[in-house]
Design a protein around this ligand. Structure first.
Ligand SMILES: COc1ccc([C@@H]2N[C@@H](C)[C@@H](O)[C@H]2O)cc1
Length: 449
């Protein structure tokens, strides 16, 4: 292996309580909220279809003009407790909030720039209100932080001169101060979700990314940091030059999920996929007709898909400039919440079952349990759900609530579950009870070939 100073600091999955808690949550609510929520993708009467939180660049708005949105930020409908209740009802176990997105506007009264909530008509510390309200509902709060900062004069996309180096050094000190401030002033925060770290300026300063992570973990032992922060000695990101995952979980799955057949490597480490409801809108956009809006069922399947591969699913909400959610978002929360109320136990504390993906849906398993969950999305014409078990396993029963399904052994380690449900109105959960096959006589001979 290549000797690295700023590469992965450990290999394998963390087994400490804080990481086990993060992993067991499985389902999180992402919230993108900032000045971009005020124009909502529309500027001077023109609708820009690109991501609403990028409107400043899509509409080529001068920084001074954009930054003056701060004087309009006054979300009258903002009610942190109502937001937290909606997330609780949805079945989310954690929430990740944009403390500062690329625009550089800070949702907390930071000491290190005036471009923050305390200088808006609203004035109140939104971050504190959110942390307190979500924690009161038993939901952990994590902080999204964009290192990329369009407002700060010392930000640099690349380091091309001694002046760039001096300025960017000041910038890194600014970012480090903000991170320490966040970790110190909001002591219940469990994880940092870094973004805006792909530019050459950061890749040339891998040392800072490791220092930032180590600072956060010294201020808050147990703190969790995503892989997207880190650049190693050679500017490699997420996985270092020895192909070792940096940070505590892989955060490369943005608006996409790992393939359940081809990407099984992800089951060896912690990871999280984050997802938009429209095709590509994180911040509030006034016009959702410009792209496909994912249905509640599509999003529920993604949550199950992520869990089935041992990962977390972070579903995004983009409140508008007044602090209200769209009807589509409320409906999604209500639909998923209804399903989670009954079936949360096959998501929370569950992960990869280790069995081969089948067409009808997904397997999940609670760590070490003899029960394997089937979440059926696609009822086959045959009505027969194929199950291939691994190792010394046999299936004793298949039950959905009080209803038992016939289990037919069709070959060694292969079964059909006779799925007699007439029509499906929602994904069906069937729990398989397994036992060691070695305790039962093996009645199959391998073919002599
Ligand atoms: C194509 O470049 C980007 C850059 C930043 C993003 C940001 N990451 C997501 C988690 C959102 O915050 C989005 O604005 C997305 C695409």
């Amino acid at each position: 292996p290549v000797p690295l100073r700023y590469g992965a600091q450990y290999t394998g999955m963390r087994t400490d309580e804080a990481m086990q808690q993060w992993r067991s949550h499985r389902f999180g609510q992402f919230i993108h909220w900032g000045l971009y929520a005020i124009p909502g993708g529309v500027w001077n009467g023109k609708t820009y279809n690109y991501a609403a939180e990028f409107l400043k660049s899509s509409a080529r708005i001068p920084t001074a003009t954009w930054d003056s949105l701060m004087y309009q930020f006054n979300p009258r409908e903002f009610d942190a407790r109502a937001w937290a209740k909606m997330a609780k009802q949805m079945g989310a176990r954690y929430m990740t909030i944009t403390t500062k997105h690329h625009e550089g506007f800070c949702l907390w009264p930071t000491k290190f720039t005036d471009f923050n909530i305390s200088n808006t008509p609203f004035r109140r510390d939104i971050l504190k209100e959110l942390v307190d309200a979500y924690n009161a509902e038993g939901i952990d709060v994590n902080f999204y932080y964009s290192v990329l900062d369009w407002h700060h004069p010392d930000w640099r996309y690349d380091i091309k001169s001694p002046e760039d180096s001096v300025a960017f050094r000041r910038f890194l000190d600014f970012a480090g101060n903000q991170l320490k401030e966040l970790a110190t002033n909001y002591p219940t925060v469990k994880a940092f979700w870094f973004d805006g770290t792909w530019d050459s300026s950061i890749k040339k300063n891998g040392w800072w990314t490791l220092e930032a992570e180590q600072m956060l973990k010294s201020v808050r032992p147990g703190m969790i940091v995503n892989s997207r922060l880190r650049a190693d000695d050679f500017g490699k990101r997420h996985f270092d030059s020895n192909n070792q995952l940096m940070g505590d979980y892989e955060s490369g799955y943005e608006r996409r999920l790992p393939n359940p057949v081809k990407d099984l490597q992800v089951t060896k480490w912690d990871w999280e996929a984050c997802m938009t409801v429209p095709e590509n809108q994180w911040g509030y956009h006034r016009d959702w007709t410009v792209s496909h809006v994912k249905s509640p069922l599509e999003l529920l399947e993604m949550l199950v898909h992520a869990t089935s591969m041992g990962g977390n699913f972070l579903l995004n909400f983009g409140p508008d400039g007044n602090g209200g959610f769209r009807n589509e978002e409320r409906h999604i929360a209500q639909f998923i919440g209804k399903w989670m109320e009954k079936n949360g136990p096959v998501i929370w504390d569950c992960g990869y079952a280790g069995w081969e993906k089948q067409d009808w849906g997904y397997f999940t398993r609670k760590n070490g349990s003899a029960h394997v969950n089937m979440i059926v999305f696609n009822k086959p014409v045959s009505g027969l759900l194929k199950v291939k078990v691994k190792g010394d396993v046999k299936i004793l029963s298949a039950k959905a609530g009080g209803k038992a399904y016939r289990v037919e052994e069709i070959a060694k380690n292969e079964y059909f579950i006779h799925f007699t449900d007439r029509k499906m109105t929602e994904p069906r959960v069937i729990v398989l009870e397994t036992a060691k096959a070695s305790e039962a006589a093996d009645k199959y001979q391998d073919a002599r070939t």
